[in-house]
Design a protein around this ligand. Structure first.
Ligand SMILES: Cc1ncc(COP(=O)(O)O)c(C=O)c1O
Length: 409
């Protein structure tokens, strides 16, 4: 079986060319060379306003459409109209809730979780001001999982939306999105999935998942600070616009994108696709459809990630004074390689500064999943210590980290 050619992979990321090991990928990944190439190309060659008849404006417009089409293909969405772009996941979800609030009635209910980043919590909690009831789906504190039984108890005929994460940026656990979505749909509500902590690691197929809304940020997926929100076409059509009054209600996703998209960043997303297709080409000779290529590439990533996670989790499990906050299994079907832990009697803030001395970039905190850290009672401890890996990390880097942690802990 083919395995990931790590030296080749690392050559695609100039930012890795330092003497630091980058273990803060859930905060932000390194950028693939191809992204910077696309960005520069746009800015230097076609940086004009879209929508005019002159040649460069036409080319520029085509470039943005090309990117939206490719993003739709990447997620297996029905059409580019289902792809909304914006500066951050936080902003896209704020915009979605701002539009959606006009479709909800006092007494309607939304469900949030206690394991989300605040980006997929705050906008829904704000709806309480309009008389909407907000309920919290809490994780089982023994196994750190969101359980359907619990969700079942919270749902009622008034539930309109369930917002939950594909994976938690602290726990690393992969939630069964397709199953949860089916469960929610059977009860007449919609789902909004935060895929930020999942997207760098696995392929996403919105049609197969049948999700209503799904969002993630490219600065964690080898790209720029820019984000994407998928929404079903029929939902986007029904949502009231939040753009200028003269933008038509059928003009999707534009009516939901006040201020329009960022042209150069939109175009640079194609660089992420170039990178992923380049990985395929490097490892396989035979041609394949785009989705088959993505499937093969993400399977390679998952293999590598599982090896990295196993090494670290096995080590942490041997330490009597360490508690892993999340799944102890390294299985690629169960978790992504975002590993959080606590050290008995030591504040989490005390560890990374020691590790920094060895040029190993890890960090501590609540990672804006403040409600999770609160509900686990970890505010006093300064949150968790988090080591977040992606496919370009190496076994040698993890071994170096283990050596240092073994000494410190
Ligand atoms: C799981 C998760 N959701 C949402 C966000 C917010 O993304 P953005 O910075 O694009 O608003 C983050 C950022 O760390 C995250 O980890």
């Amino acid at each position: 079986m083919t395995s990931l050619d790590i030296p080749f992979i690392r050559q695609q990321f100039p930012g890795l060319n330092t003497n630091w090991a980058h273990f803060d990928n859930a905060g932000g990944s390194q950028v693939a060379l191809q992204v910077a190439d696309r960005l520069t190309d746009y800015l230097l060659n076609t940086n004009v306003q879209l929508g005019a008849s002159y040649e460069t404006s036409v080319i520029s417009g085509e470039r943005i459409v090309e990117s939206q089409r490719k993003m739709a293909k990447y997620l297996n969405a029905g059409s580019p109209e289902e792809i909304m772009l914006g500066p951050s996941t936080t902003m896209l979800l704020q915009n979605l809730s701002r539009s959606m609030e006009n479709t909800l009635q006092p007494g309607d209910e939304v469900i949030i979780t206690d394991s989300d980043h605040e980006a997929n919590v705050g906008p829904w909690i704000n709806l309480a001001k309009k008389g909407i009831k907000v309920k919290t789906w809490k994780i089982n504190q023994q196994n750190f999982r969101l359980e359907l039984d619990e969700l079942g108890k919270l749902m009622s005929p008034k539930t309109k939306l369930v917002a939950f994460p594909y994976a938690s940026n602290i726990l690393g656990t992969i939630n069964p999105v397709k199953e949860i979505t089916g469960f929610v749909h059977e009860r007449g509500a919609k789902v909004c999935v935060d895929a930020v902590a999942f997207a760098p690691h696995r392929q996403i197929d919105v049609t197969d998942l049948n999700v209503d809304y799904l969002v993630f940020s490219f600065y964690k997926v080898y790209g720029p600070h820019y984000s994407l929100l998928y929404g079903k076409k029929s939902h986007f059509k029904e949502l009231p616009g939040i753009n200028h009054f003269f933008i038509g209600e059928d003009d999707i996703p534009y009516k939901l994108q006040p201020g329009n998209v960022n042209y150069e960043l939109s175009y640079s997303l194609l660089g992420v696709m170039d990178y992923l297709e380049g990985v395929y080409k490097h490892h396989w000779d035979e041609e394949a459809s785009f989705s088959k290529k993505m499937k093969a590439v993400f399977a390679l990533f998952a293999e590598q990630e599982e090896k990295l996670a196993r090494l670290l989790l096995d080590f942490l499990s041997t330490k009597k004074n360490v508690k892993i906050i999340g799944e102890t299994s390294s299985s690629k079907n169960i978790r992504v390689p975002t590993v959080s832990f606590l050290v008995d009697g030591v504040k989490s803030s005390a560890i990374p500064i020691e590790v920094d001395k060895h040029k190993l970039a890890i960090r501590y905190g609540d990672f804006y999943a403040r409600r999770l850290i609160e509900s686990l009672g970890l505010l006093e401890q300064d949150g968790v210590i988090r080591v977040s890996m992606v496919h370009y990390n190496t076994i040698e880097e993890v071994k170096a980290l283990i050596k240092v942690l073994d000494h410190i802990l």
